[in-house]
Design a protein around this ligand. Structure first.
Ligand code: FAD
Ligand code: SF4
Length: 476
């Protein structure tokens, strides 16, 4: 029509190819294949290189998002990767598991009219491209400052803080309780979502920055924090021990055989490679009918691992509706596609014994949504008389985790909140104890990889300032 401009329709985002659902439901290979260079340039070309890039505000580790995307447009893939790594030492991890849909991508201007730029997919692409080309560039080591910092816990929070402090020239030692570094990235998130070679590759990069890693070292048992600060000569400490203690449901029969906490189930499968039996001799019960309880990422991962271990039916039992599920949308979608059976608005009331101490069923009750609770979500209320039973041989409660008191109970002068998490300043990670900083899940409770990384970055900055103050060194 004359005078009326035709509105330009935004291009759709480039989809990532992935394994077919029926095939992948029986293997542990990664689900999406990643972008090709052609896909990456195509997707990057959707970015408007905004003058005021709102996406950046949604990145807790401050990646220059339009900057690295522009380099992809110019096919400068390695340069794009180095730009990301200037701020984020774990790009291949973040590109795979960050909830971008509620972080950077939720603030991308294109999301107002259509689909936001696939920032996470592009981040994954450049990190994988760098690894494939074998051109992992390590920044030049700065002049050593002579200051020593100790970090406890090698999850994303500890690794990020370690990388940033090493880049500032400090001597950094990272203690990890388990036999492998990476925290939840290595023991929790399954191989088909985050291949372990990728975590190992990014940890290797952090070691190359000069970080010393000491494994199988439980702080609180091997040394106390006071011993590290007073006897071992460390100037400051960052605690990033996560929130790895499982929460149980407290219902009848929960101690029957065949009931695993999600943490134990996933640790056996991932860290201890039970899925590669007999090559690895870690035992794990492979159920035919499995029930997983919960609606978060941990529940989705447990259900999908159980399926891949050979279960015929896997039920995901959640007391609210799908809209309230805290899991990433992409993971819920993948779980549906693979055949996980969702029993929503359903709550377990007791487990049933087969007479030999094994679980053989679960009794559940139907729920309906009532008024919102303190979390703002509508409270599920049981519907009287709606009980029913399901036959199962494995049950996996995945209802969340809490802080492990092993370390904090050796620190009477460290302020904790009433749930046992460390009280730390949001912008600095500073705790009630001089020279001790904390961040990640041990401060916030179970959260996300990128929030733990953001906390590690802020703490590294604050530790730098603290060390200047401690030594009256304001020149650098
Ligand atoms: P962690 O990753 O928990 O690492 C803490 C480390 O400290 C561990 O290695 C532990 O062994 C070590 N440690 C503990 N105590 C001591 C001690 N006394 N001495 C020495 N070392 C110690 N988030 C997402 O963003 N996306 C996802 O898709 C996602 N999926 C998840 C799936 C599962 C199964 C789980 C469990 C969590 C998932 N999360 C996800 C959440 C995310 O992984 C965590 O929020 C994040 O790992 C927290 O990082 P952190 O550094 O605080 O601690
Ligand atoms: Fe590109 Fe979206 Fe960021 Fe704008 S807001 S620079 S379009 S990614």
């Amino acid at each position: 029509m004359e005078g009326k401009k035709e509105e330009k329709k935004p291009k759709n985002r480039v989809k990532m190819r992935e394994q077919d659902p029926l095939t992948r439901a029986r293997n542990f290979n990664e689900v999406p294949y990643g972008y090709t260079p052609f896909d990456a340039v195509e997707e990057a070309s959707r970015c408007l290189s905004c003058k005021r890039p709102t996406c950046r505000e949604g990145c807790p580790v401050e990646v220059d998002i339009p900057g690295f995307i522009s380099l992809i447009k110019e096919r400068k893939f390695l340069e794009a990767c180095y730009k990301v790594k200037g701020k984020n030492a774990l790009p291949a991890v973040c590109g795979r598991v960050c909830p971008q849909e509620i972080q950077c991508e939720s603030l991308c201007i294109l999301g107002k009219k259509g689909e936001p730029v696939a920032i996470g997919n592009l981040e994954r692409f450049v990190a994988d491209y760098e690894a494939e080309k074998g051109e992992i560039k390590v920044p030049e080591k700065p002049k050593p400052t002579g200051r020593k910092v100790v970090i406890i816990g090698s999850g994303p929070g500890g690794l990020t803080c370690a990388a940033d402090l090493a880049k500032s020239g400090h001597q950094v030692t990272l203690f990890e309780a388990l036999q492998k570094p990476g925290g939840v990235l290595i023991y929790g998130i399954p191989e088909f979502r985050l291949p372990k070679v990728i975590v190992e590759r990014e940890v290797e990069y952090i070691k190359k920055l000069g970080v010393e890693l000491i494994l199988d070292a439980v702080i609180g048992k091997l040394y106390t924090v006071d011993e590290l600060l007073n006897d071992k000569g460390y100037d400051a400490c960052f605690i990033a021990t996560g929130a790895g203690l499982p929460i149980f449901m407290g219902i009848l029969g929960e101690n029957l055989n065949g009931i695993y906490s999600a943490n134990e189930f996933l640790t056996r499968a991932n860290l201890m490679k039970a899925y590669l039996f007999p090559e690895y001799d870690t035992p794990i019960k492979r159920g035919k009918k499995v029930a997983v309880f919960g609606g978060g990422n941990v529940a989705m991962d447990s259900a999908r691992v159980a399926l891949r271990l050979g279960a015929e039916r896997v039920y995901l039992i959640y007391r609210r509706s799908e809209a309230e599920m805290p899991a990433r949308k992409a993971e819920v979608h993948h779980a549906y596609e693979e055949g996980i059976e969702f029993l929503l608005l359903t709550n377990p009331t007791r487990f049933i014994d087969d007479g030999k101490g094994n679980v053989c069923g679960v009794e559940c009750i139907k729920m309906e949504l009532g008024e919102p609770d303190e979390s703002g979500r509508r409270r599920p209320v049981p519907i009287k008389g709606s009980e029913f039973q399901i036959e199962i041989d494995i049950a996996i409660p995945a209802l969340g985790t809490r802080a492990n008191p092993l370390l904090t109970k050796t620190m009477p002068d460290l302020k904790l909140n009433k749930r046992g998490y460390i009280v730390a300043e949001e912008e600095t990670g500073m705790t009630s104890k001089l020279g001790v900083f904390a961040g990640g899940d041990i401060v916030t409770g179970a959260a996300t990889v990128i929030l733990a990384m953001g906390a590690g970055k802020k703490a590294a900055r604050a530790i730098n300032e603290y060390l200047k103050w401690k030594y009256w060194d304001f020149k650098s």
